[in-house]
Design a protein around this ligand. Structure first.
Ligand code: SF4
Ligand code: SF4
Length: 380
């Protein structure tokens, strides 16, 4: 548990109720920064900062209960959360809210931990965060001699909101990869409940914080796409928000790692980038204290925000077939034709980039809602 030196662990904090935020040791400057960043991420602008500050301050008094359950995963989302120092994600979850149970970071263990969980369940009125896929085959996923599936159902029933964090909890992710002997599924499918799906592997702590803050602010679930993802974060493709998009439109591609083209930051489509088929805003949120992100760091997007990942995008360095080049009627670019068409494409591509959305593998039934109904991926 994150403990401020010289203070009791969270849950036993001596609280100054007249100044709840200071009482949990988030400095005023950091607090304002958190509010400002979250307002920007929620598209509220600076006008939203006072509302967010108020919501967080009243949350710090009431301390809404959060139960964080871990199922089949590598706890990468918990790691991402507690290692983040910006925008104070860990403080928000650990101290402004009351994180009553997270088996990875709580001090209690064994019977004591079970007791805490039991009390939280009886009290009800908590936000349930689930990390990890849920084994649905009996005997393949047990905690304290109970099926993970049963535990999940029990806790989801009494939750005010259920948030599935990371690819494992949303669609099964890596643990559900073929052959998936434990029949691992995501929260929605396994438990049959509505939940907010925060895809990505691991979840971006900024998205989690912004979602929780939005819930505290509005007291309702944000507008979701057909995959249960908040549209505000998952409404556009990686490709449409990519800093290398100009190179794609101009037909400038990296053909091999270690090449001068790679050094020049050309488009990674030919190196297997799944950005045209992946809906998320990683270029805005970024990782590692918002320093960089996959494509920014030189790696192709492997599509971890999409339903059906990893199997649907297996062959991480294989090219996504059938990607159209914007503004080029009939240039169905298949990966290998793109370079050939490059010279012709340049002018048209730059113009098309200004239009915004264009490159996609197949017509999208509802682009604004986060993609096709079915998971997409390269042909096998
Ligand atoms: S293909 Fe990938 S690297 Fe190229 S512009 Fe699209 S998202 Fe960016
Ligand atoms: S850029 Fe692609 S692979 Fe990287 S985190 Fe975002 S969705 Fe996942």
């Amino acid at each position: 548990m994150a403990v401020t030196p010289g203070r009791a662990p969270t849950g036993g904090l001596t609280r100054d109720l007249h100044s709840p935020v200071r009482a949990v040791d988030i400095g005023r400057r950091d607090f304002i920064k958190l509010c400002g960043t979250t307002a920007a991420l929620l598209g509220l602008g600076s006008a939203g900062i006072p509302r967010i500050a108020q919501a967080l301050e009243s949350a710090a008094v009431k301390r809404p209960s959060v139960i964080w359950l871990n199922f089949a995963s590598d706890t990468g989302c918990t790691e991402a959360l507690i290692k983040a120092s910006y925008p104070n994600a860990a403080q928000l979850i650990l101290e402004i809210l009351s994180l009553d149970y997270n088996e990875t970071i709580m001090a209690a263990a064994g019977d004591q931990a079970e007791e805490i969980l039991d009390h939280a369940l009886k009290r009800g009125d908590y936000i349930l965060i689930v990390e990890g896929g849920i084994p649905t085959k009996p005997g393949y996923g047990m905690i304290a001699r109970r099926e993970m599936l049963d535990i999940g159902k029990e806790f989801a029933e009494r939750a005010t909101a259920v948030i599935a964090v990371g690819s494992c909890a949303t669609w099964g992710g890596v643990p559900a990869g073929d052959p998936n002997p434990a029949a691992i599924k995501g929260v929605r499918e396994a438990l049959g409940v509505e939940c907010i799906n925060l895809d990505l592997c691991p979840v971006n702590e900024g998205i989690l914080v912004a979602t929780v803050v939005d819930f505290l602010l509005t007291k309702r679930v944000p507008e979701l796409d057909q995959h249960g993802r908040p549209k505000i974060f998952y409404g556009q493709t990686i490709h449409d928000q990519c800093e290398r998009r100009g190179h794609f439109n101009a037909g400038r591609f990296v053909e091999r790692f270690g090449s001068p083209e790679e050094e020049l930051g050309y488009c990674l489509y030919k190196m297997g980038c799944k950005g045209p088929d992946t809906y998320a805003n990683c270029s805005k949120f970024r990782y590692n204290d918002r320093v960089s992100w996959c494509i920014g760091a030189g790696a192709p997007c492997i599509g971890c925000a999409q339903p059906g990942w990893v199997d649907q995008f297996a062959g991480f360095y294989e090219r996504l077939p059938g990607v159209d080049i914007p503004g080029m009627d009939g240039v169905a670019a298949g990966a290998d034709k793109i370079g050939v068409a490059a010279g012709v494409v340049t002018a048209a591509g730059i113009a098309a980039h200004a239009v915004g959305t264009a490159a996609k593998r197949r017509p999208d039934k509802n682009p604004s809602s986060g993609g096709t109904d079915k998971p997409t991926g390269p042909a096998k």
